[in-house]
Design a protein around this ligand. Structure first.
Ligand code: HEM
Length: 388
């Protein structure tokens, strides 16, 4: 996709798409819109959206209900709801609770690496990238492992930006969402009767000034944690390792300088961001460069385009450089008030998984062709064949 983003940045960085939305692809414009208080995440602010008849009304009732519950996730809310939801979840999803996970993440990763050692290699996606993030979030929330496989399968089907996929894929996502909402409800009901030292129990009990999450709000935040924390981190591990193996000088550099691991993860996030784009809706006319985007308009923000902007990252922006001093200025984890709540967890998982893989296998190499899934919004390798 990157040559297309480069073209957009160059010839039309504030692009009005014939499909009725706009695309921003420069770093400066992406950070500005993500930080702008005038933007909304709520579809009801789209021009032409009618208050009395939200679009989900055309769906069967149980599906419409699932969609309306998901619209309660903090990512889909504006202040003051967003502020309140993020604050309640942040109370339990703290930097301290994430740092405390390091031994558990290391143990999960090492278990997978033992298997890779036994097999002599394999598809990194199946052996490491997919299993680890879902196991971590399931363990954090305290989900029984009998539910966890099905939830993993279903979360992979949810689609965030309907304008970018086929109708069939979108409907498949809705069916999956409906089942997930029900599973999450059941899980919460079960957890109320079986409280434990886990994130879900803490979320059920989270309170601020007498305020708690309602049942539907709880379902939406739990599902968001599953979905937001799943394929994204999978993408980071898969694409990060692929990039490293396709750039052997960078692999060598990391071997000789393991202290660069944290910066290397920032560079992987910059170079191949797992979420390639996000969206905002203007609530007032919004001027970017010399163009005015009208109120009520959907704007797609090309995270992938912004992350390779030569104006921000210099002439070598299209190259992987794990010692790039300003790699952290990518927008792979968003910016402004919706900045990724799981950023510390994503970084921890990326650093442990990639760091330990590289240090454990001195002859780690690509054993075949890297292939990619065809999702536009999420960048995920399908196969990263490795030999060890
Ligand atoms: C928000 C990326 C991992 C939970 C976001 C946003 C991005 C992002 C770009 C902002 C979207 C926007 O503003 O439109 C990523 C990437 C990850 C990752 C690339 C992995 C490499 C995680 C993990 C969790 C998580 C592990 C939690 C388990 C969230 C939540 C939000 C969010 C709850 C919504 C925050 C809000 O609306 O204020 N993430 N994320 N993410 N992420 Fe992540």
């Amino acid at each position: 996709p990157y040559p297309h983003y480069a073209t957009l940045r160059k010839i039309d960085p504030v692009h009005e798409h014939p499909g009725g939305f706009w695309i921003l692809s420069r770093h400066e414009d992406a950070t500005a819109i993500l930080r702008s208080p005038k933007m909304s995440m709520q579809d009801s602010n789209l021009a032409g959206a009618s208050e009395e008849e939200p679009p989900e009304m055309a769906l069967p009732p149980s599906m419409a209900e699932a969609v309306s519950i998901m619209s309660l996730s903090m990512l889909d809310r504006d202040p003051p709801d967003h502020t309140r939801l993020k604050s309640l979840v942040s109370k339990v999803f703290t930097p301290k609770s994430i740092a405390a996970l390091e031994p558990a993440v290391t143990a999960l990763v090492d278990e997978r690496l033992d298997r890779i050692a036994e097999l002599g290699g394999g598809n990194l996606m199946d052996e490491l990238a997919f299993p680890v993030p879902f196991a971590v979030i399931s363990q954090m929330l305290g989900t029984p492992s009998s539910d966890s496989d099905r939830m993993r399968e279903l979360t992979g089907r949810i689609v965030r930006s309907p304008e970018l996929v086929s109708e069939e894929e979108f409907l498949g996502g809705l069916v999956a969402l409906q089942e997930l909402v029900q599973m999450t409800r059941d899980l919460i009901a079960w957890k109320r009767n079986h409280p434990a030292e886990d994130l879900l129990t803490a979320l059920i009990n989270a309170e601020e000034g007498g305020d708690k999450l309602s049942d539907d709000e709880l379902v939406a935040q739990v599902l968001l944690l599953y979905a937001a924390g799943h394929e994204t981190t999978v993408g980071l591990i898969g694409s990060g390792v692929a990039a490293l193996l396709q750039n052997p000088d960078q692999l060598e550099l990391l071997r000789s300088r393991p202290d660069l691991t944290a910066n290397a993860v920032e560079e992987f996030l910059r170079f191949d961001p797992p979420i390639q784009q996000t969206r905002r809706i203007t609530t007032a006319p919004y001027t970017v460069r010399d163009k005015e985007i009208p109120a009520g308009t959907l704007v797609m923000i090309s995270i992938a385009g912004a992350n390779r902007d030569e104006e921000r990252f210099g002439a070598d922006a299209e190259s992987l450089r794990i010692d790039r001093p300003d790699a952290r200025h990518h927008v792979a984890l968003g910016a402004g008030m919706h900045h990724c709540l799981g950023a510390a967890l994503a970084r921890l998982e990326g650093q442990v998984a990639i760091g330990r893989l590289v240090s454990r296998f001195p002859s780690l190499a690509l054993g075949g062709e890297v292939t990619w899934s065809d999702r536009v919004e999420l960048r995920n390798a399908k196969t990263v064949p490795i030999t060890v």
